[in-house]
Every structure is written in structure tokens, then in C-alpha cells.
Design a protein around this ligand. Structure first.
Ligand code: CA
Length: 250
């Protein structure tokens, strides 16, 4: 199974370690089931039963991925996600949301979760989703350090930032960099899920995850988010990144 990540130690030696997952879930039966499943799949697993414990473990920096229930006693999953993102924009977060709640899904992704899984969930789909989110795209390793967008905004891909104190999550930057590598071709959502999120073709496709990430990116980079000119929607074809015309650069 794909539960091992390459890591570079402080002295630059590459080592292989089990990926570490934190499960934050207050319902005992679900939590115990999730722990069993991920231990079985070769992950190193820890868990938290309530919000306070979940938050302090999540902020410890010890985990590669956090499976985060929304409804928790004490601090809820949204606040935990928000606090994680304030401290760490690289860490992977998957929210566990109620099936019927579109609001929860949108809010979780807007706060910086990488993806979501609706309850009740299929364990197989959840494991696939976790594997996908942990699979680093490697997109950031091959493209330019800086991206100059159509409106002139300069994006620093290594520092996950842009002019004016704009900060991106790892996933948002992967989206930008993938679109940039395909510029100026429109990229279908399904292709983004496969290339950036690591989805496989047999997984349930959640295009909403892509749309919400794009909406969030637009709020950060567009001069007027309701009339986007950097990430444009090409009807029936996907999203297209518009770059500054270098020949017109000042
Ligand atoms: Ca709960």
C-alpha cells in the first residue's frame, strides 16, 4: 500500500517512514473503526476524542494528515482546521462531514481543508481519498519559482505567497502550478483531481472540491473575483490560467 512517504532528514539523507494520521472523532465506534482500518493499511495512527485534544495534537506537527470530524464536543472541526491553517499551510486535512450538509462541505474547504468525505462513508473510498491526498504531486518541484499572473500579481511558489501578504495552502499552490504548467490550455476539473489531488479513475469524483479551491484562489489573486481574468472558466472545457504577457512587462 502507498502508506510510505519519502522524507529528507535534517542531514539531507532520504529515509522512508510510515505516513502518520491523526483521527479526530468523538463517536467511539467510528473512531475505533477508523483506527483499525488505517493501522491495517500500514499507517501510524493516533486519535483524539474531543476538540481540545484534537487541536493540541493537530498543532504538534507530528502528523502528515488529519482526518477531522466537524461536530465535536468543545472546539469543533472548523475551528481546528482554521487554527491548523494559521500555523501550517502544508499539512493535509480531510474533513468528515454530514452527507446532507453542503454548508459544512463548503465551509470546511474554504477554511483550507484539502478534501472532504461525507458520512456515512465507504471505508474503501475513504482510504483511497487519504492515499490520494498524501500522494505528493511533485508539481512544485519542476516549475518556476515565480509566476506572474495576468493582472501582474507575482506569486512566489516556494514560499506559498504573493504580493500584499497573500498566503496559499500547499494544495492551492499545486493547483496554480499545475494550471501554469498547462498554460494557456483549459484544464478539466477531472484532470485537476487526478493530477493535483492524486485521484485514480475508479474513485468517486468530487468536482466540488476543485470548484471551491478555485473560488478561494480567485478571492486571493483576482483584482475582481466576480469577474476573473487570471483563472478563467472556459465553458465545457475547464479552468485556464492567464499569465502576464512577458513582452509587455515593464
Ligand atoms: Ca462527531
Amino acid at each position: 500500500m502507498n502508506a510510505r512517504l519519502e522524507r529528507i532528514s535534517s542531514d539531507g539523507i532520504s529515509m522512508t517512514q510510515k505516513a502518520r494520521i491523526l483521527i479526530v472523532e468523538d463517536e467511539t465506534a467510528i473512531r475505533a473503526g477508523l483506527v483499525d482500518v488505517f493501522v491495517y493499511h500500514g499507517y501510524e495512527v493516533d486519535y483524539a476524542e474531543h476538540g481540545e485534544e484534537g487541536l493540541s495534537k493537530a498543532l504538534s506537527g507530528l502528523f502528515d494528515l488529519i482526518l477531522l470530524d466537524v461536530m465535536l464536543p468543545g472546539i469543533d472541526g472548523f475551528e481546528i482546521c482554521d487554527r491548523i491553517r494559521a500555523q501550517d499551510r502544508q499539512q493535509a486535512v480531510i474533513m468528515l462531514t454530514a452527507k446532507t450538509s453542503d454548508e459544512d462541505i463548503i465551509r470546511g474547504l474554504t477554511l483550507g481543508a484539502d478534501d472532504y468525505v461525507s458520512k456515512p462513508f465507504s471505508v474503501t473510498q475513504l482510504v483511497l481519498r487519504v492515499q490520494a491526498v498524501l500522494r505528493r504531486s511533485g508539481i512544485g518541484d519542476t516549475t518556476d519559482r515565480e509566476i506572474r499572473l495576468y493582472n501582474g500579481l507575482l506569486v512566489d511558489t516556494e514560499n506559498l505567497s504573493a504580493d500584499g501578504g497573500i498566503a496559499f495552502t500547499r494544495r492551492e499552490m499545486d493547483v496554480l502550478q499545475y494550471l501554469c504548467s498547462q498554460a494557456e490550455r483549459p484544464v478539466p476539473r477531472e484532470e485537476l483531481l487526478i493530477k493535483v489531488w492524486g485521484y485514480a479513475s475508479h474513485m468517486e469524483i468530487e468536482t466540488r472540491t476543485v470548484d471551491i479551491h478555485i473560488a478561494k484562489l480567485r478571492r486571493k489573486i483576482e483584482t475582481n473575483p466576480s469577474n476573473p481574468e487570471c483563472i478563467v472558466t472556459v465553458r465545457g472545457a475547464g479552468y485556464r490560467l492567464m499569465l502576464a504577457d512577458e513582452s509587455e512587462a515593464k
